[in-house]
Each structure stands twice: as C-alpha cells, then as structure tokens.
Design a protein around this ligand. Structure first.
Ligand SMILES: [Zn+2]
Length: 93
C-alpha cells in the first residue's frame, strides 16, 4: 500500500497510506475530518519546509562553486613537471 501526501486547507500537509483503488479519492484530514486533496509532492519532501530546502540548495551551490571556478582541487594528487621526471628510456649509460 503506497504512502500518499495530502494537504488540508486548514491543517496543512499530512500523509496517509492508501490502497491503489482509492488513489484518486480525496482523503479525510486526521485532525479536522475535512476533505483533503492529494498533493503531487513525494511524501518524504512534505515534512521539509520550503525555506529549508531553499537554504540547503544554496549551501550546496556555494560549496560546489570554488571547484567550478577553478584552481586545483584540495584532494588532487600533485602532478610534477616533466623536466623533474626522467623516463627510463632517457637514462644514458
Ligand atoms: Zn484539517
């Protein structure tokens, strides 16, 4: 039985387990018993307020920005210039 997200006009969003046969039927709000409409938002996102989701998205963006702008990555192995590294075939006897 899938978990669906609904929104009550008075109480806000809530989640309810519903059989597939009642997929399109309106749910009843557990608090005020009013009819609630199903929302398309996935159930795991309902509990996260939009402003927090926005802040998280901004954090992620700024965290990734330095890598995109340029410069060597912190964890990147140091690559030596070729002049300091002699390949075996150039060694003279
Ligand atoms: Zn309600």
């Amino acid at each position: 039985m899938p978990l669906y997200a609904f929104r009550c006009e008075t109480c806000g969003p809530f989640e309810e387990w519903r059989p597939l046969s009642e997929y399109s039927k309106p749910a009843q709000c557990p608090r005020c018993q009013a009819g609630a409409r199903r929302v398309v938002t996935p159930p795991n996102l309902v509990k996260t307020p939009p402003e927090i989701r926005k802040a998280r998205a901004l954090e992620e963006k700024s965290a990734h920005e330095p890598e995109v702008v340029g410069g060597p990555l912190p964890g990147r192995p140091f690559s030596r210039p070729h002049s300091l590294h002699s390949p075996p075939w150039t060694v003279s006897h």
